[in-house]
Design a protein around this ligand. Structure first.
Ligand code: ADP
Ligand code: ZN
Ligand code: ZN
Length: 715
């Protein structure tokens, strides 16, 4: 029995009399003084004295967890070194879905022929009139404006008939794979056919690569159609599903119905329905965030990972897994293909394609031949913006020109809020989060300061907390809100909107804003990375990147790669239709390889340089990494544990341990943090080193050691 709890492994139980169960069945068992629901994982270990075994209390009347899901849970646990129960918890994320569906209350309908002796008062008359169609008692009482007792009375008098209603099973709608797709270009058709063949063949991985607008989505819809034609389910992972209204429309156009969506903004009731629909095979195509991988698909036949390079596929909290990599594992276990799509693939995926492990499918051109935008650099050392402003003269001019021509412009800055730092003009004191090594970010629209690491919220103090001077706190540097303020001053005629994850109230607000932009009801959009995600804005011709260097700082392994990917994606928003696009990057480092690659459009050269550097440093994808983060409220205890880890570190040819060092964010959410990094050659099994190493260390107090295999964040 595996329980969805962070325990070391499975527990043995005895099947009580009269309970029959097989592997995968959901069982209720006693656990301490409580009871818990777990999954029958396999035969008992026989390590436990039979006299001490506890009885299973109940087998739940739901479909068992598919065999492949159980193997997947085990695999993910083995790879990430998470407790199997912690991974199972992700596969049992909707406990409600395991409860028997509750039948709705019975409904009442007026009899055709009312009893002759019926006493008809005015309220009773109203009920009879309202009950021409079946309604539940409370609803009927509300409509007729009477108490429920009137309904009961009428039912007893034989004037209303009770209609039992079965538990509702939502039918998510059957996507119609027979509907024709668009008329493909020769390249698109070839790749579409190849994907269809892959779906009928078995496990394989394809990298579907092509510039934004080349038709990757339309082409992988072919694979989805093929999976459906074979009676299989399909899963499409998207990084920002809540912001993907346009994608959902495209799917509906292709297949006639909306796909089943899975993401964190769903209500609990909706999550329950989706979980059941997936388990029962009623949900044919699911589009979801990374956690959709753990839904109990009985008959999955395809996974597409769109924007496969996107950092949001990496989960850092709890079980640290990368959804793109685990999608490939899930495909292998299920014996079906995985398709990884991107205009700017990750180095990991490219290396796999170059080594022949993944098939490379390349779409060479934008559909309809729209040229890629022209990318230019603005050297901020030579043409700086005016004092206390952020837009350099050439960018201001270009925006004005686009607006004058009746076109749209986008100003991009990947930083939420008004200003990233507030300091005192008198004494230089900086407003810092008390729980983290981080500055407080001013969000002027909401009138507050916020820590972007722990979420702490406070108000902007009038007086300096350090020296007490009044009216001396000044914002330093720009966030999107501040750029929007400048834009509003410079372009007063333009209809302006700000788009950042915190200025949007939810997925509907995001969809509305995207639709307004697409209909050209907005002239100038100022936004963070949420604007970069796959939207298609036909009249957008100018993209200005306010601070192209922003992502390059810090010691992050993937800083260059990520900046290249993000800015390429932002640039791809410009000139997607009939009007040619232009992109301007404001930078202090025009000679940086990332800027050079963006300006010249020579992605290949960038990838080659980057890959060579990683190879010579033995870094992923050419070597393996695992991060250990030691944290706790007491700095001495944390240091003690980190030192112990260092002393017991694995040694050997091709094995390096770096650290312990204070993490860049060495104080986070009230915990001190130290980092160690295990770096090995690719041939070495990292997990086999980590397991005994971690087991050799005893931690004190509230000290925790988090393991992150293939880390993506280094703070
Ligand atoms: P990508 O996913 O590579 O960014 P999309 O699949 O989103 O590209 O295609 C970009 C746009 O071009 C979409 O509006 C899509 O409907 C359209 N498109 C792509 N291929 C075709 C085609 N063969 N015929 C008609 N429209 C197409
Ligand atoms: Zn001060
Ligand atoms: Zn904080």
């Amino acid at each position: 029995m595996l329980l969805p709890l962070p325990l070391a492994g499975a527990y043995d139980y005895r099947l009580g009399p009269g309970i029959e169960a097989g592997e995968g069945d959901f069982l209720r068992v006693p656990l301490g003084r409580r009871s818990a629901i777990g999954v029958l994982w396999g035969p008992a270990t026989d390590d436990v004295d039979p006299a001490k075994l506890k009885d299973v209390t109940e087998r739940l009347d739901v479909l068992p967890l598919p065999d492949v899901s159980r193997r997947f849970v085990d695999w993910v646990a083995g790879y990430t070194l998470a407790a199997p129960g912690a991974v199972l918890k992700m596969a049992m994320s909707v406990p409600d879905a395991l409860q028997p569906p509750v039948a709705p209350p019975p409904a009442y309908v007026a009899k055709k022929k009312l009893p002759d002796d019926l006493r008809l008062t005015a309220p009773r008359q109203r009920v009879i009139e309202a009950a021409w169609a079946p309604l539940p008692a409370t609803e009927l009482a509300r409509v007729a404006g009477v108490g429920v007792s009137v309904i009961k009375g009428l039912a007893q008098a034989g004037a209303l008939e009770m209609v039992a209603r079965p538990a509702a099973t939502t039918s998510p709608g059957e996507p119609d794979w027979r509907r024709p797709g668009p008329d493909f270009s020769e390249d698109q058709a070839k790749i579409g056919a190849e994907l269809r063949t892959m779906v009928s063949t078995g496990f394989a991985v394809a990298l579907l690569e092509g510039v934004t607008g080349s038709g990757k989505t339309e082409v992988y819809f072919e694979a989805v159609a093929e999976a459906l034609a074979q009676g299989k389910q399909a899963l499409v992972l998207l990084p920002e599903i809540a912001l993907s209204a346009q994608w959902l429309d495209r799917f509906a156009q292709r297949f006639g119905v909306a796909p089943v969506a899975w993401h964190s903004d769903l209500t609990q009731a909706r999550r329950r329905d989706v979980w059941r629909d997936v388990a029962a095979g009623r949900a044919r195509v699911v589009v979801g965030a990374r956690s959709a991988l753990f839904l109990p698909f009985p008959d999955l036949g395809l996974i597409v990972v769109d924007e496969e390079h996107d950092a949001s596929y990496k989960q850092e909290e709890g079980v640290a897994y990368h959804a793109r990599d685990m999608a490939v594992v899930r495909a292998r276990l299920g014996g079906f293909p995985a398709v990884l799509a991107s205009a700017t693939p990750s180095l990991e995926t490219l290396a796999n394609a170059q080594a022949g492990r993944y098939r490379l499918l390349h779409l060479p051109a934008r559909h309809g031949g729209a040229p890629l935008p022209d990318v230019g650099l603005i050297d901020l050392r030579r043409t700086p913006p005016a004092r206390r402003s952020w837009l350099a003269p050439p960018l201001v001019e270009a925006v004005q020109k686009a607006l004058d021509a009746g076109e749209q412009a986008l100003l991009f800055l990947n930083r939420r809020g008004y200003a990233p730092l507030t300091l005192c003009r008198t004494c230089g004191h900086r407003l810092q989060c008390p729980n983290c090594t981080a500055w407080l970010v001013e969000h002027r629209q909401q009138g507050r300061l916020q820590c972007h690491h722990c979420g702490l919220v406070s108000v902007l103090p009038k007086a300096c907390p350090s020296c007490g001077s009044e009216e001396q706190m000044v914002p330093c540097g720009p966030g999107v809100e501040r750029v929007a303020e400048e834009a509003a001053q410079r372009f007063p005629e333009a209809r302006l909107a700000v788009m950042a994850s915190d200025t949007l109230t939810g997925p509907d607000a995001a969809a509305r804003l995207v639709a307004q932009m697409a209909r050209h009801e907005i002239d100038l959009l100022v936004g963070t990375q949420v604007v970069a995600k796959g939207h298609h804005f036909p009249m957008l011709t100018l993209v200005g990147v306010v601070d192209a260097d922003l992502g390059l700082g810090g010691g992050d392994l993937r800083a260059g790669e990520r900046t290249f990917q993000l800015l390429t994606q932002v640039a791809g928003r410009a000139g997607r239709a009939a009007h040619p696009g232009r992109v301007m990057l404001q930078t202090f480092q025009p000679e940086h390889p990332v800027m050079g690659a963006l300006a010249s459009g020579d992605a290949q050269r960038f990838y080659t340089t980057e890959a060579n550097e990683r190879r010579s440093a033995g870094m992923p994808p050419f070597g393996r990494l695992a991060a250990l983060i030691v944290s706790g409220p007491d700095a001495a205890q944390v240091d003690g544990a980190a030192a112990q880890l260092a002393r017991r570190a694995p040694k050997g040819e091709g094995i390096d341990v770096l650290g312990p060092a204070p993490a860049p964010l060495h104080f986070l959410r009230g915990r001190h943090r130290r980092r160690l990094l295990l770096k090995t050659e690719r041939r070495i099994n990292l997990q086999d080193l980590l397991r005994p190493w971690l087991a050799s260390v005893k931690t004190l107090g509230a000290v925790r050691i988090q393991v992150d295999v293939d880390p993506y964040s280094f703070f």
